[in-house]
Design a protein around this ligand. Sequence first.
Ligand SMILES: [Zn+2]
Length: 256
Amino acid sequence: MNKWLEFENCLKNTDEVFFWWRDDDVKARKPKLINLTCLRYQSRLIKMLKLLEKYNISGIFAVIPDNFFKWGHPLIKILKKHNVYISLHGIYHINNSNDNGVSNEFPDGCNVVELTRIISDYQHQFSEIFGNRLLPVFTPPYNNISAKLEESLLAVGFRCISKRNTINTAHNNYNVDIDITDWQTARMRSEDAILDELIQLINSGVHYIGINGHHNCVRKKGFQFLDKFFKLTTQQKNIKWVMPFENTGIFEYHKK
Ligand SMILES: [Zn+2]
């Protein structure tokens, strides 16, 4: 059966499903006279924001704080134009792990006190720019962080650390469930692979699904796929696109 048809049937034959969108790796780049890379990524960010807006879908965009205040002014303008939320995404987005298989900016043994101070300072600076759009959420790069740093960030006011759900842990609505990017090629995965994973998730009883996008890796075909995907899912009565972290208490905390 055609994979789209299979996906549509899966949606039609299930109870309510809630989707939410997390998009990572908004990164400020050093301006150059001719900077095609910078312009390419900016245009992909704008395309993603416009596409979400077309379907009235909000999302959370995870921003790498390093150099953001130095070179990020165009990105601030772009992000502020749209109805999306912001979270910090690491500090430098680098891999400090000695474990070959697991990338982690904040592996066990990292300097928890110093890192908590740096991240809290950035959170404060970002809140002055983005106001209530900045959520008290930290999104570690590679979805990994030392348990001690996680604990420390929660103690200084972050409400959650958004990582990725795994089959080994209980499902958590803070975490994304599926990454649409193929990290071998840094392009979007095949349509069939993404739809297959979604079908499997829904059939296994996961009905609150966080989708992890990376606008930098989405090209023309990817945007066409997402357009079709958003169109189909927003047309189904039993499928709802929710604000990131809706029903998790984050927003109640935020209104105080
Ligand atoms: Zn990232």
